[in-house]
Design a protein around this ligand. Structure first.
Ligand SMILES: [Zn+2]
Length: 309
């Protein structure tokens, strides 16, 4: 039954989108991991045949691609002439279809995607729309909630701006995010600045991160735009950009220092703590570690540097 509905959808889509690049034979053929057929008017299977796979796992008859995933799932995909997937079906181990995605495309004259709609088991789940350099993606979930993402590449010349909105099933905004990725001369991101607002409390958080994604600052604002809390961070890096020193400043005061070292573990490098210092109003607290990363000493100092315990 599901196949019939999907087939109808696919045929309707082919009829309605005049510039669709879908090949009719790809849509007409129904398929499972082992065979292909055409559904007859009374639901009977016509032209049933086993797939004849070429060396790249594409069937020479129905055009589908068969991929065996590591988890036992078999993915059967059909592509249009531009190489974009028009139907992707995942079959569970027993061969029963458990999710089926159909995507329709509208292309510009250069073959770029202007618009696409993806249906998951017949339900619209994702749209993509490109207007000039702006890309909008909408994601629709089964509970009625919705995410919207807008990206403006090169909008300010050296900054990529994107927006993200989450809606509840009633269509109210639950969360919104405004992201600026600042690019250097090589087009690499060197600073990420994100402003997020959580509703209904309208708590606003502005954070900045460096090229490695490590936070540089986090600021929280109240409803009236007053700064209510903030953290600043500084780092020193060792081999493979692993953090060997981290400093956290809370509301302008030194709050924590972490000293780490890079060690070899298995095939790769990891960091191991050497010393942590936590500062408070009347002193500081030091934790020291041995060569194996085990705690060897915990010492509490007062504000004059005398050991308390
Ligand atoms: Zn086939």
């Amino acid at each position: 039954m599901r196949f019939k509905i999907l087939l109808v959808l696919a045929v309707l889509a082919a009829v309605f989108s005049g510039c669709s690049a879908k090949e009719p034979e790809n849509i007409l053929w129904e398929r499972n991991p082992s065979e292909h057929w055409i559904n007859g008017k009374n639901g009977e299977k016509l032209n049933v045949g086993e797939h004849e796979l070429d060396e790249e796992s594409f069937c020479k008859i129905c055009g589908c691609e068969i991929v065996y995933q590591v988890d036992g799932v078999i993915t059967v995909s059909n592509y249009d002439e531009k190489g974009n997937p028009v139907r992707v079906t995942n079959f569970a181990f027993q061969g029963k279809s458990f999710d089926d995605y159909i995507t329709e495309y509208k292309y510009d004259e250069n073959g770029g995607i202007l618009y696409s709609e993806t249906f998951e088991n017949g339900r619209l789940c994702e749209t993509f729309e490109k207007t000039g350099e702006t890309v909008q993606k909408d994601y629709y979930y089964i509970d009625g909630s919705h995410h919207l993402s807008i990206t403006y590449p090169g909008y300010l010349g050296d900054t990529i701006i994107s927006q993200w909105y989450s809606y509840d099933p009633e269509g109210n905004v639950e969360y919104e995010e405004y992201t600026e990725n600042l690019l250097d001369k090589n087009g690499e991101i060197y600073l990420n600045r994100t402003t997020s607002i959580h509703y209904p409390t309208e708590t606003k958080v502005v954070s900045e991160a460096n090229a490695l994604g490590h936070p540089l600052s986090v600021e929280k604002y109240d409803l009236d735009g007053n700064l209510i809390d903030n953290y600043d961070y500084a780092y020193e890096y060792g081999e493979e950009n692993l953090i060997v020193y981290e400093k956290i400043i809370h509301q302008g005061k030194l709050y924590k220092e972490h000293f780490l070292k890079v060690i070899t573990q298995g095939e790769g490098l990891v960091t191991q703590p050497c010393k942590e210092i936590t500062y408070h109003e009347t002193g500081h607290y030091v934790i020291e570690y041995d060569e194996n990363g085990n705690i060897t000493a915990e010492t509490h100092y007062d504000s004059d540097g005398n050991i308390i315990e």
